[in-house]
Design a protein around this ligand. Structure first.
Ligand SMILES: *[C@@H]1O[C@H](CO)[C@@H](O)[C@H](O)[C@H]1NC(C)=O
Ligand SMILES: *[C@@H]1O[C@H](CO)[C@@H](O)[C@H](O)[C@H]1NC(C)=O
Ligand SMILES: *[C@@H]1O[C@H](CO)[C@@H](O)[C@H](O)[C@H]1NC(C)=O
Ligand SMILES: *[C@@H]1O[C@H](CO)[C@@H](O)[C@H](O)[C@H]1NC(C)=O
Ligand SMILES: *[C@@H]1O[C@H](CO)[C@@H](O)[C@H](O)[C@H]1NC(C)=O
Ligand SMILES: *[C@@H]1O[C@H](CO)[C@@H](O)[C@H](O)[C@H]1NC(C)=O
Length: 580
């Protein structure tokens, strides 16, 4: 380090020397500064300026070397640049330490002792050179259960099959593959044991190789093949069923203990793989089983007054079932022959692969579709449970069409599960003192006019008493109406999933009047110390709640009890730092 200090040597020339030295120091300062910006324009590291890096001695009158920016400052500057945030920003940051002492995952975890935001937002300017942001301290401790982290899950019992295209996979910085890495690897770049067979529609040899390499780099154990380009998307999945059955034989031969073959849409996400494997363990993999994982109500349909699902783009088969299915004429390509383009006569409707598979199995076998529900179960309507989106407090086994339906980026949102376990993902925390609710990985909401959290059964009684649904969150539910009629008897539910009364008792419902302000997760990354940084942002312009995300509490225009936050001209940022 260069130390600039006034020269105390002699009498003669001291003035000139001082000038020269001051000049040199200023020049150095400028060089340093631009160096700063050069570093910043590269992919940021939160820890760039800390840990073991010392700075030169401080000087008084000549130059003042700015102190290294805090990690919080560096992160905010990155967010501003990356997402084009406004220069002026209401900003708040808080450290969180999970405490692994909860016996079961609650629908709502209440924090009554400490407020979420003790001092409120700090209004800052991101172009302020002296910016020195610090997270609110001390850290708040949040109760979570001890649950599997991605690096502790052994998914070698699973063989997945996906059919998609090169374009979809490379779109948006290859975000789909980043999503897959959350459930096909340990989150640290190594396979979690699960295998993947991927077929690509209309892909060149070079494209297949590129994707194969990318998957390998990400730690995903995959075989990439061209799809039969003469087949429509549903037929490509039926082909895949046959390919998976054959790949399974190879893997079993190599000693992989494959128990389930899973056909899934490219945008299905498994946030709780440990829990899913435990649920699948209840099936005997030596017998036939046909299992579907519909995620939310949009994965269900009503036909002729009968409620049913085809599996919501996520269908699992045991090895004997997969063998039987691959022999069915509607799946076996050779037997299908000429009739493939039009299906086999049963494949009416939308032409989705899961529907065609269902029709094929229903036509030729007596196998029922076993349902492992996630965010929605048909009985919910009959018992008046609110429609649950990602903010409903339910731990989903599968998410479906998450980018399209919710603009949800699970590769970022799910990072926190590597720190606090899969159960803490989408776990809700209610800060009673100042009326804030955190839905971990999804949103943070403030209820400035107050909020209450009620048992679902009680909130239903309240609704009936005042004759309207508007005092609770169920406005959307009343409007959309419940699923009609009976549930198809080709579906089979676990006793546990079937118990609607139990679900009602366990569920907590958020009830409020007036405004709700929502900050949605925008970015998340891991710091060098293993902590997970989350940025929740409320964008300037129209209020975020006017954008329908399909959440249970989405604002609907005819709603007179809940109000919208007025538009703001600044972006506001809440940073949560989960510490190991
Ligand atoms: C720098 O400034 C501090 C107080 O501002 C003073 O105590 C110290 O003596 C100064 N150092 C030099 C080298 O002038
Ligand atoms: C995963 O489980 C299988 C058996 O179920 C075992 O053979 C394999 O070694 C396990 N992998 C790891 C990394 O523990
Ligand atoms: C693109 O993806 C790579 C690898 O997943 C990541 O390192 C990079 O930050 C991403 N870039 C953007 C702009 O998101
Ligand atoms: C693609 O499917 C058609 C019709 O089912 C079949 O004739 C053809 O052999 C298949 N092509 C390949 C490469 O499997
Ligand atoms: C469905 O049920 C409703 C009422 O239960 C009845 O009015 C309607 O005719 C039924 N529709 C069909 C197609 O069975
Ligand atoms: C598919 O059908 C053909 C003709 O019926 C049959 O020869 C072949 O063994 C079947 N393939 C499978 C995998 O069952």
């Amino acid at each position: 380090m260069i130390i600039c200090r006034p020269f105390h040597g002699g009498y003669v020339g001291i003035f000139q020397l001082t000038i020269v030295l001051v000049g040199t120091c200023m020049l150095l300062a400028v060089v340093r500064h631009s160096d700063h910006y050069l570093i910043r324009s590269q992919p940021p590291s939160i820890y760039e300026y800390t840990d073991g890096k010392t700075r030169g001695a401080r000087q008084n009158e000549t130059t003042i070397t700015p102190p290294p920016p805090s990690d919080e400052t560096t992160y905010l500057r990155y967010l501003t640049r990356e997402y084009g945030l406004s220069n002026e920003i209401p900003w708040f940051a808080r450290r969180i330490q999970p405490r692994f002492d909860s016996r079961g995952r609650k629908s709502m975890t209440e924090i009554s002792k400490v407020p979420f935001m003790p001092r409120g937002f700090e209004r800052i300017r991101t172009d302020d050179k002296q910016l020195d942001l610090r997270a609110e301290s001390p850290p708040v401790r949040l109760s979570v259960t001890q649950s599997a982290k991605p690096d502790a899950v052994n998914a070698s019992a699973l063989l997945f099959g996906i059919s998609t295209s090169y374009d979809r996979l490379t779109y948006g910085n290859a975000s789909l593959m980043a999503d897959w890495a959350r459930w096909l690897t340990d989150g640290e770049g190594k396979s979690n044991g699960a295998s993947l067979v991927l077929t690509l529609h209309r892909a060149s040899g070079a494209e297949i190789e590129t994707i194969g390499n990318k998957l390998r780099e990400a730690g995903i154990d995959a075989v990439v093949l061209p799809a039969n380009s003469t087949h429509d998307s549903a037929a490509r999945y039926l082909d895949l069923a046959g390919l998976l059955a054959r790949r399974k034989d190879e893997l079993l031969g190599e000693g992989h203990p494959i128990k389930f073959l899973a056909l899934v849409d490219d945008d299905v996400f498994f946030p709780s793989l440990g829990k899913l494997l435990a649920r699948l363990d209840r099936f005997d993999a030596r017998k036939k089983a046909y299992v579907g994982l519909p995620s939310e109500r949009a994965d269900w349909t009503v036909e002729n007054n009968v409620t049913l699902t085809y599996g919501g783009g996520a269908v699992l088969l045991t090895p004997p079932m997969a063998d039987a299915v691959s022999r069915l004429p509607c799946v076996n390509e050779t037997a299908r022959g000429v009739s493939s383009a039009e299906g086999t006569g049963t494949g009416t409707g939308t032409g989705q692969w899961d529907e065609r598979l269902y029709s094929c199995i229903a036509e030729h076998t007596d196998e029922k579709l076993h349902i492992l529900p996630s965010l929605y179960t048909p009985g919910d309507d009959l018992y008046g449970l609110p429609r649950t989106g990602y903010e409903g407090g339910v731990q989903p086994l599968a998410l479906h069409h998450y980018r399209h339906r919710r603009r949800f980026d699970p590769s970022r949102a799910h990072l926190v599960a590597s720190l606090c376990g899969e159960d803490c993902f989408l776990q809700r925390f209610f800060f009673r003192g100042d009326a804030w609710i955190l839905v971990n990985g999804y949103s943070v909401s403030q209820y400035p006019d107050g909020v209450d959290v009620l048992p679902a059964a009680k909130s239903m009684t309240l609704q009936k008493q005042d004759g309207s649904a508007t005092t609770t969150t169920t406005t959307g539910n009343a409007k959309n109406g419940g699923m009609a009629g009976r549930v198809s008897d080709r579906l089979s539910f676990d006793k546990q999933d079937d118990d609607a009364q139990k679900r009602v008792n366990a569920r907590r419902v958020v009830s409020w009047a007036g405004a709700k302000r929502t900050w949605r997760l925008l970015d998340s990354r891991r710091g060098a110390g293993g902590e997970v940084w989350q940025a929740y942002v409320k964008r300037r312009g129209s209020s975020s709640s006017s954008v329908p995300y399909g959440d249970e509490d989405d604002w609907v225009p005819e709603d007179t009890v809940h109000t919208q936050d007025g538009p703001s001209d600044v972006d506001s940022v809440i940073v949560l730092i989960w510490e190991p």
